[in-house]
Write a protein that binds this ligand. Sequence first.
Ligand code: XMP
Length: 324
Amino acid sequence: NWTMENFIDTEIKRIRTLVGPTAEVIGAVSGGVDSTVAAKLMTEAIGDRFHAIMVDNGVLRLNEAENVKKNLIAGLKINLTVVDASDEFLDKLKGVTDPEKKRKIIGNTFIHVFEREAEKIKPKDGTDIEFLLQGTLYPDVIESISFKGPSQTIKTHHNVGGLLDNMKLKLIEPLRELFKDEVRHLGELLGIPHDLVWRHPFPGPGIAIRVLGEVTREQVQIARKADYIYIEEIRKAGLYNQISQAFACLLPVKSVGVMGDQRTYDQVIALRAIETTDFMTADWFPFPHEFLKKVAARIVNEVDGVARVTYDITSKPPATVEWE
Ligand code: XMP
């Protein structure tokens, strides 16, 4: 009979047979549920012959790289290398304002950095790494077969497109028969912390598509701090699990405000929170007014460069979840 416990045993055996006694495996982790669960399963199967790589692209959430290090290396004993490539990504993003161009640059730079790092962890005996782990889920498999819409772009960032061809790697996808809720259940059984297992999704291009207009280090930092406060308050209010996804966007607009007896002229933060089952349609989340009031006050008071906070009350459709 099919149980998740049986699935773990069977899958570990299958991985060991497939990889054999000596070969090495690489895989990218993002800090999200799918890649962490896949990485933990692989570590259970072959230990340090699995090499996880996390690319810090400079547009991750506040303290994200440090948190992933703490959770995955210290907590889950995953053989992880975190590569700080923020300068490289931010250099390439200079002067770019078009959302699709941002996505392309981030996707291509990611592949480039990942391949370079993979070269560095070539096994000492001179053999090549043979396998690439991917946290592909069943819905991704279906989508890549049947769907040819705009989310083709999304696909290429979820997965490490191109790598297979260039490095001649064989693919391992242990989650390809599972739905998201099953991956979460699997994550809990593998001892992955609850907060990580139940985390909202985060797009591959990260805060670059939440800083509208040009992405600079300073703009990213403002968006990050606002987002951090917003999510912290959502958690404190006990609303995190009722919301499917929430984040802050930084708008390239200046607005007049007043702080003490000073006139200010700073940017605008837009808060987004949605409820959805499939992300194809979504409703905005009806926060209590007191909650919005508190978050707005905290963001304007605590984040330099922000004069005003707005709440996005547009459903999908016609709006998308992300602003770019
Ligand atoms: P939209 O904005 O298309 O978002 O309504 C639907 C879901 O997809 C995520 N999203 C992305 N994920 N790369 C990703 O990995 C992307 O380029 C991308 N664009 C949107 C978005 O966060 C939401 O969960």
